[in-house]
Design a protein around this ligand. Structure first.
Ligand SMILES: Cc1ncc(COP(=O)(O)O)c(C=O)c1O
Length: 487
């Protein structure tokens, strides 16, 4: 009998389940020729004794080997190493003569997106001033992964893997409902929430459900360009309304509605994109009145509500009595990391039920496992603790960033300290065009936007959003020193 206990290394602290460690250990012994094809392995009871593990663990290991074709079960003999071992030789991907290369271009014409949508390859830069992203380095990844992994050991796992509501994990929706009620005063339940892959998907689905080709949408001038693109791609016409330091010009909206009611209003009242301004409470009240008076459907995009520094956040329009007219959108991508693609759409139960069906056109359901893991972080308070920590840190970073910008760039740039969010809207002096600054900074390893996306279909503003949340003090100092040197 082979000394299996010494040949197979088992660590109870390893992230790999013990049964897999045993299966992998046996595969190595077979591959190295220490156990020959046709050899009978010890029965599960005996092997369990040899390895000092539970018998079920050995049974699971043998099942794994069986599933991978390393062993076969022979009646009255037990588990034997397979006579024909699985082919594990690496295949070479040599070019085979006679097989044509895959065509470079499609042989048909297809719909193309505006150039503004092109992704920016920020990963290529040493240092980044992004559009206003969170610092993924502080995201509670360990906690999230702990919950994610533990899902696999839960009896309910099968269900989580196989089924799942198109509207998203009921556990997360329930937790989120409580969180949104505590933080935003939204009086909602599970049936009012659909999880999405970020706020972006939520905007698309809501717009797709409300708009028809030829519809009209009220948007700010300027506005979040990806929302404008969605509306236009759906065949709608934009009606642009000025935005000043108090938010959307609500009197202008009243004049427009009086002439002809638009089909939709898209509003970002908390921290407008791109300018980051917070809509005054007087304008909010007026806007809500207009929404009710004209029965004007509204998408309220509150993508970074949780990050407000000067005062308590202002409650969303959706928390007031709006007669089912306001669809509310939020995101957890700003609270954790832009790569953890979880956002949500809040609306009346009939709207959300239908939204889940619309979603099926592009996505059967969301990331159920990640949603389940996040639900636990909400439930045990980790998420709220993380948000508190982030708000404190980003508050400090906002102040530091604004001080440094004032000191290093002085009169070359004009900006207002934002009340919240993760970016400062900075206008550069005309004698320093942003494309030139961006190109020179890139040569020194710093990514900064050339401002083009903020000018989508509007006059050049020579302005950009400068994200401060993801930069520590040292990185900010280096970024400003580069900017100073290129301006
Ligand atoms: C105003 C606004 N809405 C929606 C989004 C999309 O957010 P998400 O990453 O959650 O899809 C963004 C992204 O920055 C945004 O600025």
């Amino acid at each position: 009998m082979l000394p299996f206990r010494t040949l197979i290394a088992i660590s109870k602290n390893s992230g790999t389940p013990v049964y897999l460690q045993i299966a992998n250990g046996l595969v190595n012994l077979i591959r190295e020729g220490i156990i020959k094809p046709g050899t009978a392995l010890p029965g599960s009871r005996e092997m369990a004794k040899l390895l000092e593990v539970h018998r079920q663990t050995v049974v699971a290991a043998y099942e794994e080997l069986f599933a991978q074709d390393w062993v076969e079960t022979v009646p009255r003999k037990g588990v034997m190493v397979a006579q024909h071992l699985p082919d594990i030789k690496a295949r070479t991907l040599k070019k085979t003569p006679g097989i044509p290369a895959y065509a470079m271009n499609a042989g048909f014409s297809f719909h193309k997106m505006p150039a503004a949508v092109s992704p920016i390859r920020m990963g290529e830069y040493r240092l980044l001033i992004n559009d206003g992203f969170p610092d993924s380095r502080i995201a509670p990844v360990e906690l999230l992964m702990r919950e994610y992994k533990s899902l696999f050991n839960k009896p309910s796992m099968k269900q989580v893997l196989m089924y799942g509501s198109t509207a998203g994990s009921p556990n997360l929706r329930a937790e989120l409902g409580r969180f949104l009620s505590d933080t935003r005063g939204l009086n909602i339940n599970v049936g009012n929430i659909m999880m999405t892959h970020g706020a972006q998907m939520a905007i698309f689905i809501a717009a797709r459900m409300i708009l028809q080709p030829g519809s009209t949408v009220l948007v700010g001038e300027s506005n979040y360009f990806m929302a404008n693109i969605i509306f236009q791609q759906l065949g709608a016409k934009l009606i642009r309304v000025p935005v000043d330091e108090n938010g959307l010009d609500v009197d202008e909206i009243a004049r427009i509605c009086k002439k002809k009611k638009p089909d939709l209003l898209y509003v970002i009242p908390h921290h407008h994109h791109p300018t980051t301004v917070t809509m005054s409470s007087e304008r909010r009240m007026k806007l809500l009145q207009l929404i009710r008076e004209y029965k004007l459907p509204a998408i309220e995009d509150d993508y970074d509500f949780d990050f407000h520094y000067n005062s308590s956040p202002v409650l969303p329009l959706a928390s007031a009595d709006h007669g089912g007219l306001v669809v509310y959108i939020g995101s957890l991508t700003k609270s954790l990391s832009t790569s953890i693609r979880i956002g949500y759409l809040v609306g009346t139960a009939d709207f959300i039920q239908e939204a889940a069906m619309f979603r099926r056109m592009v996505d059967t359901r969301g990331d159920n496992l990640m949603e389940e893991a996040l639900a636990v972080l909400f439930k045990n308070g980790d998420m709220v603790r993380h948000l508190k920590k982030s708000v404190k840190l980003y508050h400090e970073r906002r102040d530091l960033f604004c001080n440094l910008m004032e000191k290093e760039l002085g009169e070359l740039v004009s900006f207002r300290k934002p009340a919240g969010g993760m970016a400062v809207w900075a206008r550069f002096h005309k004698r320093n065009p942003l494309p030139a600054i961006a190109a020179k900074a890139a040569a020194k390893g710093l990514y900064i936007s050339d401002g083009a996306s903020y000018n989508y279909q509007t006059d050049s503003q020579n302005a950009l959003r400068m994200g401060f949340a993801s930069l520590n003090e040292k990185e900010m100092e280096e970024a400003f020193s580069i900017l100073r040197s290129v301006m």
